[in-house]
Design a protein around this ligand. Structure first.
Ligand code: NAI
Ligand code: MG
Length: 502
């Protein structure tokens, strides 16, 4: 570490606390207790900014999964949870949000150490979003209802539906937005009255471990929340196959999503999947070019492109193409790449050396197949997993860079010549994914027409971001079901129909 690094690190609020926490021994949290993993196994995590060892974390194996599932099942039968009034559940979730808020600097520093993202993003976007998820769904705990239904069969009936918690849920997280995703998953499950086994990604377990401590302090009954740190192929797979698990909620790769669907078939688990994307950003000729440039750059370069909804295909009308591509390239070249803890860093490293190599392979394959490298930001020498923001033109629809999710700061810019909305939509929809689409235009008619034609779970026009109230999920191979909003919490419930002859 240089003297300058030491100085910036000294300016990071609560970094000492975060480092002390990272340095502790980390166990599994099962049944309201911190326990050693059965096999006494552990694994090492690394700081993506330096590659240095960051933490040593318990590795859950199959027996630990059994113990966590048993503990969650007990919690579902425990009147302390099963009969807790919705308003009390709501207050507990709010208290958890308060606890996160009280520790927000430490949590943000931990998130940056673990994931590599710029501290300002962790502190001012990821943590506030996590807290808002908890608050939003705390409100739903008291608003989940069934209906009364008039039925037409013979006799006189009082018929109604009850909305009940789905039961024990396994929630498997990715590494790209660890705390935002953790809270987006636990909040609706807690609001609905489920018991949870959370498995964070093996690359980023630290904020989930700290969250488990806060959940314990806040006073949820034992077994309502269990935390298993470990790997996907072992702990994750065992959770998805387990007969004692009623639902799996997963965010990650489409490939693993497919494994999970198969594993869930054993006992017909309910499944929500939030998978990959190849979001098109469409700039129509009337768009405000300056705003579109800024938005398009933000859409692909935020979080170093490691966002399921990253705008990785930019379609620009011929009249604006040069201006927009030059603008986005200029931004790419000006982005300050560096350690997330360094002040002024605009883009951090990607999560791992594997991810960096994967992204670089895509760029090389695109160029090898004839794409033009329009510009890339300056790279960064030395340790850490840095990838320069990159803009490619002259790609074709057959190239891997156009078809596959790169999950890095790599943009393919494509021009279109006509105003035929069907053609534009067909190009944008030419993907096996359908998570998001972004549109830049002030043409009301074209906007509404395109919104209907685009095969995407979320369409954003002229900006806009994530909100806990707005359903989020994918068409096609981008997933199953929706998170957020009413749909997000109802996905943690079962409907029971009751008909009483009167
Ligand atoms: P991954 O899908 O393998 O990992 C995500 C989570 O799934 C982790 O918690 C992992 O432990 C778990 N997991 C892995 N295999 C599992 C299995 N067989 N059963 C149950 N759980 C399992 O993603 P990975 O390998 O880290 O990244 C590869 C690519 O996946 C990325 O380059 C990106 O394209 C995509 N991805 C998409 C994300 C999204 O937000 N939609 C998030 C993370 C990755
Ligand atoms: Mg994987």
């Amino acid at each position: 570490m240089t003297e300058a690094d030491t100085m910036t690190r000294a300016a990071v609020p609560s970094l000492d606390k975060a480092l002390a926490f990272a340095g502790q021994a980390h166990n599994l949290y099962i049944g309201g207790r911190w326990v050693d993993p059965r096999g006494d196994a552990s694994f090492t995590t690394h700081d993506p900014a330096t590659g240095a060892r960051l933490a040593e974390v318990a590795e859950a194996r199959v027996e630990d999964v059994d113990a966590a599932v048993a503990s969650a099942r007990r919690a579902m039968d425990d009147p302390a949870w099963a009969e807790m009034k919705p308003a009390v559940r709501a207050r507990l979730i709010h208290r958890l949000a308060d606890a996160l808020e009280a520790n927000i600097d430490e949590m943000a520093a931990l998130e940056t150490l673990d994931n590599g993202m710029p501290l300002a993003d962790a502190r001012h976007f990821h943590l506030p979003y996590a807290i808002e998820q908890l608050r939003y769904y705390a409100g739903w705990a008291t608003k989940l209802t069934g209906e009364t239904i008039d039925i037409s069969g013979g006799g006189t009936w009082h018929a109604f539906t009850l909305r009940e918690p789905v039961g024990v849920v396994a929630q498997i997280l990715p590494w790209n937005a660890p705390m935002a995703m953790a809270c987006a998953k636990i909040a609706p499950a807690l609001a609905a009255g489920c018991a949870i086994i959370l498995k964070p990604a093996e690359q980023t377990p630290l904020t989930a471990l700290r969250l488990a401590q806060l959940i314990e302090e806040v006073g949820f009954p034992a077994g309502v929340f269990n935390l298993l740190t470990g790997f996907g192929e072992t702990a994750g797979a065992a959770l998805t196959e387990h007969r004692g698990v009623d639902k799996v909620a997963f965010t990650g790769s489409t490939e693993v999503g497919r494994h999970i669907l198969r594993a869930a078939a054993g006992n017909f688990k309910r499944v929500t999947l939030e998978l990959g994307g190849k979001t098109p950003v469409i700039v129509l000729p009337d768009a405000d070019a300056e705003r579109a440039i800024e938005g398009a750059a933000r859409s692909i370069f935020t979080n170093a492109g490691q966002v399921c909804n990253a705008g990785s295909r930019l379609f620009v009308h011929h009249d604006l193409f040069d201006e927009v591509v030059e603008g986005v390239t200029r931004i790419a070249q000006s982005i300050r790449l560096g350690p997330g803890l360094e002040q002024g860093t605009q883009m951090g490293p990607v999560i791992s050396s594997e991810q960096r190599d994967r992204v670089m392979r895509y760029v090389a394959s695109g160029i090898g197949e004839g794409a033009t490298l329009r510009g890339a930001g300056p790279g960064r020498e030395g340790e850490g997993y840095y990838v320069a923001p990159t803009v490619l033109t002259d790609t074709t629809g057959e190239m891997a860079v156009r078809r596959e999710e790169i999950f890095g700061p790599v943009l393919c810019a494509i021009s279109f010549a006509d105003d035929d909305l069907d053609r534009i939509a067909a190009e944008a929809n030419a993907s096996e994914y359908g998570l998001g689409a972004v549109l830049w235009t002030n043409n009301l008619k074209a906007c509404h027409r395109l919104v209907r034609k685009l095969k995407a779970g979320t369409v954003r026009v002229n900006g806009g971001g994530l909100d806990p109230a707005l359903p989020f999920g994918g068409f096609k191979q981008s997933g199953w079901g929706r998170e957020n909003g009413r749909e997000g919490v109802e996905a943690y419930t079962e409907i029971k129909s009751v008909a009483i002859g009167i």
